[in-house]
Every structure is written in C-alpha cells, then in structure tokens.
Write a protein that binds this ligand. Structure first.
Ligand SMILES: *Cc1c(COP(=O)(O)O)cnc(C)c1O
Length: 229
C-alpha cells in the first residue's frame, strides 16, 4: 500500500498538473485534507509534511481531534451536514464552515461565535442537482443567504461549496462545476470578501480545478479508503 507521504506528493502532483493544464497560476488551488474517520496521528504526519488545513464531517469526532492536536498550527474546516443543535460547538471549535444552507444556521452561528475569536469563515453550500440530493440551498437562494452573512460581524462570507452527485465522465463533471463557477462569479461581483470556491474531491478534482475551484477537498486519495459506515 502507498504511504501517506507518497499519497500527499501524488495529490499535489495532480493539483499542479490540473492547474497547469487550465492555464492557472501555481498554488491558486489549495488542498483541504479531509480527515473524517482517520486518526489524529495521520493528521500529525500530514502536518509534518506542511499540510495546515483539515476538514471534518462529524462534530464530536472533529472536536476530539482539534483538542488532541491543539499544539499544532492547524486550520479546521467543518464540511458535513449541520444539525442546528450543533452550531454552538461548530462556532466555538472550527475556523471555517462549508455547509451553511439556511438562514437559521446563519443566525445561530452568528450569535454563538465566541467574541474572542476572529470571524468564522463561511461558505454557502449549493445544491446543483435539484431534488436528487438534500444538502445545499437552491441557486436562487444564494444571494439572500449571502446578505444575511454579510450582516453578521462574527461571520465572514468567503464563497461557495458544492458536492455534485458523482458523474463518471469528465465532460459531465466539468459541466456541473462550470455551473457552480458561474454562480460563484455572480456572488463575487456583489460581495468583495468572496475568494473561495470549494469544489472537487478525490475522483473529480481535475474537473473542479479546470472550472476554477480554489479549494479541493481530498479524503481517500490522501488517507486511503474509509471503512464504510
Ligand atoms: C468525505 C468528503 C470529501 C472527501 O471525499 P473523497 O472522495 O474521499 O476525497 C470531500 N467533501 C466532503 C463534503 C466530504 O464529506
């Protein structure tokens, strides 16, 4: 089996090649290492290789790792579905949240972000597949959510996130990420703090980068397959 060092190098090679192919500047897409279900020692190994940003999907699992690794200068992103009774824990422990898709969550996160911390970085999750997938707002709801985030001093609107339904063909992956990029460009015109498009996972990072992703969320290609839940 591939070592985590090899997987890390190979993931960077994929990102660099995709950026070059798209004619984009080196380093214009960052790597978010998705460490859900993986132990803290693997995060420590990646941190030793220079990785700073880690993504977690489950609140209590994420907080355990954040506390265990508090001595390292890491940046923690919450990327899973949000239950409203978990907003306080998310607002207290994480630096970023990618999965905001309704006003109620914005109100709660804004109130619950501790005042001694910098603003919580927020991405609006968009559903690009209509009814086939539950999480994420409809494209026409993005602007109202963005305005609500802008009004909260404890939150900072950074951009959009999406998890398209899996598509096997590159052209189909590209088409859906291009729809997302168009929504992102419209949002950016009205909201100057927007600078992050979170799109692309282990199986579709090339298409996401071709479409303009600035942050790719990579789990299994870095850490190996997850045991199915
Ligand atoms: C698990 C997960 C990922 C990483 O998926 P891989 O296919 O393992 O790279 C990315 N984003 C979200 C929201 C996830 O839940």
């Amino acid at each position: 089996m591939q070592s985590i060092e090899q997987a890390f190098a190979q993931t960077h090679t994929r990102i660099d090649a995709a950026l070059a192919k798209a004619g984009r500047p080196p380093k214009s897409a960052q790597l978010l290492a998705v460490s859900k279900t993986k132990p803290a020692h693997m995060i420590e190994t990646l941190a030793g290789l220079g990785q700073r940003a880690f993504g977690e999907n489950y609140v209590s699992e994420g907080i355990e790792k954040i506390q265990a690794l508090a001595s390292l200068p890491l940046e923690w992103h919450f990327i899973g579905p949000i239950q409203s009774n978990k907003t306080r824990a998310i607002a207290s422990a994480f630096d970023w949240v990618h999965s905001v898709d309704r006003i109620k969550l914005i109100t709660r996160l804004a109130e619950q972000r501790p005042t001694d911390l910098p603003p919580l970085n927020v991405l609006i999750q968009v559903n690009l597949d209509g009814e086939t997938q539950k999480a994420g707002c409809a494209p026409e709801d993005i602007e109202a959510l963005a305005e609500a985030i802008d009004q909260a001093p404890s939150l900072c609107l950074r951009g959009l996130m999406a998890i398209p339904a899996p598509r096997t063909e590159y052209a189909d992956q590209l088409a859906v990420f291009e729809r997302l990029k168009h929504l992102y460009d419209q949002l950016k015109l009205k909201h100057p703090s927007v600078d992050t498009l979170s799109a692309g996972m282990s199986d579709d990072l090339e298409a996401a980068i071709a479409a303009g992703a600035t942050l790719v969320r990579i789990g299994s290609a870095l850490f190996g397959p997850r045991a199915s839940a």
